[in-house]
Design a protein around this ligand. Structure first.
Ligand code: SF4
Length: 243
């Protein structure tokens, strides 16, 4: 039996992507192989000794967690803060714990739909869970603003494997290069052009959006010239002041 490492658990409003505004249960897994310059969840980058289930009395728990442990936390969170319309498996990079997540999904009990929020560069790990999740929220990482290497080939394989249940997020700020944006738009057009694309201006904790309107319009045109379903949506949870 696998065990899992969580960073936090809570009920809140989905702030990004296709299900924005929905009340959801969030399970944030800790551990991530990347170090994006704009990362807004630094506490989830490495495995921790414990985690907090926000809004529960005595809501501090010790990692690793068993399936039964998580089931108890989920039930208490929903009882106290529900109803919810789905579950977000987020991180960190949840696919770094794909074996555990596969068992968690098989056990049942998570509110549906289950959305997997991922950096979209672990296609082999995705194979273990893609049938069991309802929606894949996949980032397309631009090396010009992540500070990381490019993952185009892995992104291509990942998008193909999640086709039919995936939407794509492209996080942009003033440092996003035109070459990267064109590369990302070409990739979606070539692999799965029906995929909804969310251009997501990176948003500071102060709710300041880190890209100008002119740049955003240019980014929109780059994608809209290649794929049909393109939307610009900021990180709304930061504007609401929620987790
Ligand atoms: S993939 Fe996500 S969690 Fe990992 S460093 Fe990048 S933004 Fe942070």
């Amino acid at each position: 039996m696998q065990v899992g490492y969580l960073s936090e658990a809570f009920v809140s409003f989905q702030g990004e992507g296709l299900h924005v505004g929905r009340r959801q249960l969030f399970l944030r897994f800790c551990g991530c192989p990347l170090r994006c310059l704009y990362c807004d969840t630094p506490a989830s980058l490495v495995r921790t000794e414990g985690f907090v289930a926000h809004g529960l009395p005595n809501g501090t728990y010790t990692n690793p967690m068993s399936l039964d442990d998580i089931s108890v936390v989920v039930s208490m969170l929903i009882e106290q803060h529900g109803p919810v319309e789905g579950t977000s498996l987020t991180g960190g990079e949840p696919l770094a714990q794909a074996d555990f997540i596969a068992q968690l999904l098989e056990a049942g009990g998570l509110p549906r739909p289950v959305i997997l929020e991922t950096a979209g560069m672990m296609p082999k790990a995705l194979e273990k869970v893609v049938e069991a999740v309802d929606v894949v929220s996949m980032d397309l990482k631009l090396p010009s603003n992540t500070g990381e290497t490019a993952f185009w080939d892995l992104h291509r394989e990942f998008l193909a494997a999640s086709r039919g249940k995936v939407y794509v997020k492209v996080l942009v700020d003033a440092s996003s290069s035109r070459n990267d944006l064109i590369g990302a738009a070409d990739l979606v057009r070539d692999v799965a052009p029906e995929t909804p694309v969310f251009i997501q201006p990176i948003t500071a904790e102060s709710s300041t959006i880190l890209v100008g309107e002119g740049d955003l319009s240019n980014v929109y045109k780059i994608f809209r010239n290649r794929v049909e379903d393109v939307r610009v949506v900021p990180q709304t949870h930061k504007m609401l002041g929620v987790a």
